[in-house]
Design a protein around this ligand. Structure first.
Ligand SMILES: [Zn+2]
Length: 196
């Protein structure tokens, strides 16, 4: 299984990915409940309307319920499933589209859930990036290197942690010793791009 906790060398699931997955799941449940409620309204109200000659309205409700259900199925395959499998980048655009469509056509709550999930997927992708790239983003460009009083390589407000006294653990894939990453407080293999 991909990303099973405790499995040696498994890529850790970024915390934001877990949040995104939960939000998408809640949105999916809302969509399914919504489509069932609309279908029930169609059956109850529709039959009443049909008796006075407005049977077409019930049919419109049924179509709306089916469209919502279809969107929920698409959301499962293009948003929920990729997130669950760790393909956060692949899930981003479909989740954004679901958010925008949801805001205007599927109920505001469903739209907001997908949009927050989309934002969290962006965080998850950043959390997955090799720490060196994150680290470089914090180096002040305008200040020349060597200026006294400037601490390079660490984001402001974070105290870099010292590596443990034990020797660096070897990477489970390439068996090279890991590199200590102070911001994350963990060892990292640059060769395989995974945390040890
Ligand atoms: Zn490695």
């Amino acid at each position: 299984m991909y990303g099973t906790p405790g499995m040696p060398g498994a890529r850790p699931v970024p915390p934001s990915a877990g949040t995104a997955k939960t939000l998408i799941l809640i949105a999916l449940i809302f969509q399914i409940i919504g489509s069932v409620i609309i279908a029930l309204i169609a059956l109850v109200v529709g039959s009443a309307l049909a008796s006075i000659g407005f049977g077409g309205l019930g049919a419109i409700f049924i179509v709306i319920a089916l469209v919502i259900l279809l969107v929920a199925i698409l959301a499962y395959f293009y948003s929920y499933k990729p997130v669950a499998e760790g393909h956060y980048d692949a899930a981003r655009t479909p989740t954004l589209v679901l958010g925008i469509v949801g805001l205007f056509a599927g109920g505001v709550i469903v739209g907001i859930l997908y949009l927050v999930a989309w934002d969290k997927l962006g965080d998850a992708i950043r959390e997955m990036q090799p720490p060196m790239m994150t680290q470089m983003a914090y180096v002040p460009i305008a200040v020349p290197m060597g200026t006294p009083g400037i601490v390079y390589g660490a984001p402001p407000g974070t105290a870099p942690t010292a590596p443990p006294a034990a020797p660096a653990p070897p990477c489970p894939r390439c068996h090279r010793p890991g590199t200590w990453v102070p911001q994350y407080g963990r060892y990292y293999c640059y060769n395989d791009q995974l945390y040890l």
